[in-house]
Design a protein around this ligand. Structure first.
Ligand code: COA
Ligand code: AMP
Length: 614
C-alpha cells in the first residue's frame, strides 16, 4: 500500500487565525515554504485549543524526577496558565515577536513552560542541551543573539549536582553578545549567585506575571533554532517554522506512533535535542496526549528497572528512546528480572532512534517487552521521522537493521558519487527528493548560503542527508554510517571537527585527528590521535590529561572524550588529507584496504600499534 498525505487536508486539523489558501511556495528552491499565507500560533495549538475543546482537566505534562525524588503534573488548563504567566514575565522584560530566547535548563517543567511561552509570544527559542559547557554555549549565544536567557541554578546527574549558573555566567562573559536579562529557576539543591541588574529569579517574576495571550504569527515564522553538530566546530542553527511543524507533528502522532488524544506518550530524551523538541514538547501536546518529562537515566536512578517503573506508574502507551538506553539496561539486567516487578500491559510499542539500532538490541527489547519494537530514522534537520514502520497506517513486518520504509512525504533515494540513482541493495548517499515535507528545516539561522551548500549543492534537486546506506528490493532503507565527521555517542550527535579544534589549540599539539570508534554501550566513542610539536619533552600522560580536560571544559561532559593517543605521524593521502576512515577501521579491528593514495603506508603499523588493541 502506498500512502500519500494530502497536506492541505491535514492542515485543517490545526487551529489557524487565517487559514492558508496556498499549500506550497516553490518559487525559490531549496527555500520551500509550506502554507505560505496562513497565520497560526504553536502554543495555541499545543494548549489553548485543547482547553477550548474541553480537555482542560486532562493531564498535559507529568514530570518524574528520580534524581530528586520529586514528581509533579499539570493539566492542560494548569499548563496553559503557567505558560501564559511565563510569557507575561518575558514580555515585561521586552521580549516580543521575533526576539530570540536562549534556554539552558535541565529536565524540569520550567523548560517546557519556557519553550511554550516563547511560542506564545512568537519569540524564537533556542534550547541548549545542559551537557554542553560554556564555550559551546557562548558560540550559540553569539549566533542566536538572544534578548533573554532562561536558565536554572543546576542540573542533577546521578553522580553530581551540575552548577549551570556559573557555566552560563562564563558563557556570557565569553560571548560578544550580551542578553538584557536572565530569568533563573533556583532549585532547592543549589542556590545560584545572581548578577545585579541582569538576573531575575523565576519565582519572583513568573508566578504573578499577567497572563499573556497568543500572538498570531505567519505560518513560516521561525518557531525555534536548534543547534546541531556539523563538520566544523561552528554548529548549524537548524530553523523550524511554525505551521509546517504543527501539521507534520500532529499527523505523525497518529500515523507513525499510533497514539490518540488522552494517551500517555514518553520520549525518554532531553529537551535539548530534537527528540525532546518534537516528541517531549510539541508533538504530544499538539495531539492532545499526556507527555512525560523524565529527569533520570535508564540505569542507576535507582536501577535498571527505572523505565519499567515509569511505564507502570504513569500508564505509558508508547515509549521512545535511543538504543543505547536499552543496551545500558541489558548490561545491568541481562534477563530483565526487574521487569517482573511491574505491570507493563499498558505499553503498546517501543520506538528507537538517534543511532543505528543493532539487531541484537532490537531482538532483546522485543523478547522482553513483547510489543512491536520500531527502529525509525530521522535527524534534527527533518524534525520528524524520514523512515519508519508507521503503526497508525499499516504495520509492516520488522526487518532488524532497517528503520523500514520512507514515511509518506519523504521520497528517499540512494545516489552514487555522480548523483545518479543506484540500484537496489547498492550502498550510496541517502538523499531525499525535493521538496521536503512540512515541518522540516527551512534554513540555518543567519546562514542561508551554508544551508544551500551543506545540504543541496552536491545533488541538485535533492536534500543530502549526510547518511550512507541502501534500499533493498522491498523498499526497506538501511542506514549504515555518516558520510561526514559527525559521530553518534549514546544517541548524542557530536562533531569530531569541533573536538579537533580543541585539541589543535593545545600548545604542544602540532596535528590531530578525532575519529568515532565502536563502543558496545554508547554505539560510538570519540578517540583522539595527536602528534606533538618538535621539541616537546613534557610527559605524554600530562599532555593527554590536559587535552581530555580541555575537551570536557570546552564542549562538555557529553562529548565523552576520554581516549587519546600520542603518535609520531598521522596517515595521510599524498594530497595531505588525513585518513580518518582507515584509522577507524584499525581501531575497530575491521579489515581495511590500504588506500592507493596513501603517502607512506608504514605509518599504518604505528597507528595499529597505538590503537589497534585498545
Ligand atoms: N547536564 C550535565 N551533564 C550531563 C547532562 C546534562 N544534561 N547529560 C549528560 N551529562 C554528562 C554525564 O553526567 C556524563 O558525565 P561524566 O563523564 O562525568 O560521567 C557525560 O555527560 C556523558 O553522559 P551520557 O551520555 O548520558 O552518558 P552516561 O555514561 O552518563 O550514561 C547512558 C549512559 C546510556 C545511560 C545515557 O547515555 C542514556 O541514558 N542514554 C539514553 C539515550 C538518550 O537520552 N539519547 C538522546 C537522544 S534520543
Ligand atoms: P540527530 O540530528 O541528533 O537526530 O542525529 C541524526 C543522525 O543520527 C542521523 O543522520 C543518523 O546518522 C543517526 N540516526 C538517527 N536515527 C537513526 C536510525 N534509526 N538508524 C541509523 N542512524 C540513525
Amino acid at each position: 500500500m502506498t500512502v500519500t498525505v494530502d497536506w492541505m487536508s491535514e492542515a485543517q486539523n490545526i487551529y489557524w487565525y487565517e487559514a492558508p489558501s496556498r499549500l506550497l511556495d516553490e518559487s525559490r528552491p531549496p527555500f520551500y515554504r509550506w502554507y505560505p499565507d496562513g497565520v497560526t500560533n504553536a502554543c495555541y495549538n499545543a494548549l489553548d485549543l485543547h482547553v477550548s475543546q474541553g480537555r482542560g482537566d486532562q493531564l498535559a505534562l507529568i514530570a518524574d524526577s528520580p534524581v530528586t525524588n520529586h514528581k509533579s503534573s499539570y493539566s492542560y488548563a494548569q499548563l496553559l496558565e503557567a505558560v501564559a504567566r511565563c510569557a507575561g514575565a518575558m514580555a515585561a522584560q521586552g521580549v516580543s515577536i521575533g526576539d530570540r530566547v536562549l534556554i539552558y535548563m535541565p529536565m524540569i517543567p520550567e523548560a517546557v513552560i519556557g519553550m511554550l511561552a516563547c511560542a506564545r509570544l512568537g519569540a524564537v527559542h533556542s534550547v541548549v542541551f545542559g551537557g554542553f559547557a560554556s564555550h559551546e554555549l557562548a558560540v550559540r549565544i553569539d549566533d542566536a543573539t538572544p534578548r533573554l536567557i532562561l536558565s536554572a541554578s543546576c542540573g542533577i546527574e546521578p553522580s553530581r549536582v551540575v552548577a549551570y549558573k556559573p557555566l552560563l555566567d562564563d558563557a556570557i562573559d565569553q560571548a560578544a553578545h550580551k542578553p538584557d536579562c536572565c530569568i533563573v529557576v533556583h532549585r532547592p539543591e543549589l542556590e545560584a549567585a545572581m548578577v545585579e541588574g541582569r538576573d531575575l529569579a523565576w519565582h519572583d517574576v513568573v508566578p504573578d506575571a499577567p497572563l499573556h495571550d497568543c500572538v498570531p504569527v505567519p505560518a513560516n515564522h521561525p518557531l525555534y533554532i536548534l543547534y546541531t553538530s556539523g563538520t566544523t566546530g561552528q554548529p548549524k542553527g537548524v530553523v523550524r517554522d511554525t505551521a509546517g511543524g504543527i501539521v507534520a507533528l500532529k499527523w505523525s502522532m497518529k500515523s507513525i506512533y499510533n497514539v490518540s488524544p488522552g494517551e500517555v506518550f514518553w520520549a525518554a530524551s532531553d529537551v535539548g535535542w530534537v527528540v525532546g523538541h518534537s516528541y517531549i514538547v510539541y508533538g504530544p501536546l499538539f495531539s492532545g496526549n499526556t507527555t512525560l518529562l523524565y529527569e533520570g537515566k535508564p540505569v542507576g536512578t535507582p536501577d535498571a528497572g527505572a523505565y519499567w517503573r515509569v511505564i507502570e506508574e504513569h500508564n505509558v502507551r508508547v515509549l521512545f528512546t535511543a538504543p543505547t538506553a536499552f543496551r545500558a539496561i541489558r548490561k545491568e539486567d541481562p534477563h530483565a528480572q526487574l521487569m517482573a516487578d511491574y505491570d507493563l500491559t499498558g505499553l503498546k510499542a517501543l520506538f528507537l532512534a538517534g543511532e543505528r539500532c543493532d539487531p541484537d538490541t532490537l531482538h532483546w527489547a522485543e523478547e522482553q517487552l513483547s510489543v512491536p519494537v520500531i527502529d525509525h530514522w530521522w535527524q534534527t534537520e527533518t524534525g520528524w521521522p524520514i523512515c519508519a514502520n508507521c503503526l497508525g497506517l499499516e504495520a509492516l513486518p520488522v526487518v532488524p537493521g532497517s528503520p523500514a520504509r520512507a514515511v509518506p512525504g519523504y521520497d528517499v533515494v540512494v545516489l552514487d558519487e555522480q548523483g545518479e540513482l543506484v540500484e537496489a541493495n547498492i550502498i550510496g548517499a541517502l538523499a531525499i527528493r525535493l521538496p521536503l515535507p512540512p515541518g522540516t528545516f527551512t534554513t540555518l539561522w543567519n546562514a542561508d548560503e551554508r544551508f544551500e551548500s551543506a545540504y543541496f549543492s552536491r545533488f541538485p534537486g535533492f536534500y543530502e542527508t549526510g547518511d550512507a546506506g541502501y534500499i533493498d528490493d522491498n523498499g526497506y532503507v538501511f542506514v549504515m554510517a555518516r558520510t561526514d565527521d559527525v559521530i553518534n555517542v549514546a544517541g548524542h550527535r557530536l562533531s569530531t571537527g569541533a573536538m579537533e579544534e580543541v585539541l589543535a589549540a593545545h600548545p604542544d599539539v602540532a596535528e590531530c585527528a578525532v575519529i568515532g570508534v565502536a563502543d558496545a554501550l554508547k554505539g560510538q566513542l570519540p578517540l583522539g590521535l595527536i602528534v606533538l610539536s618538535d621539541g616537546v619533552s613534557r610527559p605524554d600522560g600530562d599532555i593527554v590529561s590536559e587535552v581530555v580536560a580541555s575537551v570536557r571544559e570546552a564542549i562538555g561532559p557529553v562529548a565523552a572524550f576520554k581516549q587519546c593517543y600520542i603518535v609520531k605521524r598521522l596517515p595521510k593521502t599524498r594530497s595531505g588529507k588525513i585518513l580518518r576512515r582507515t584509522m577507524r577501521d584499525i581501531a575497530d579491528g575491521q579489515p581495511f584496504k590500504v588506500p592507493a593514495t596513501i603517502d607512506d603506508p608504514s605509518i599504518l603499523d604505528e597507528i595499529r600499534a597505538a590503537i589497534g588493541s585498545r
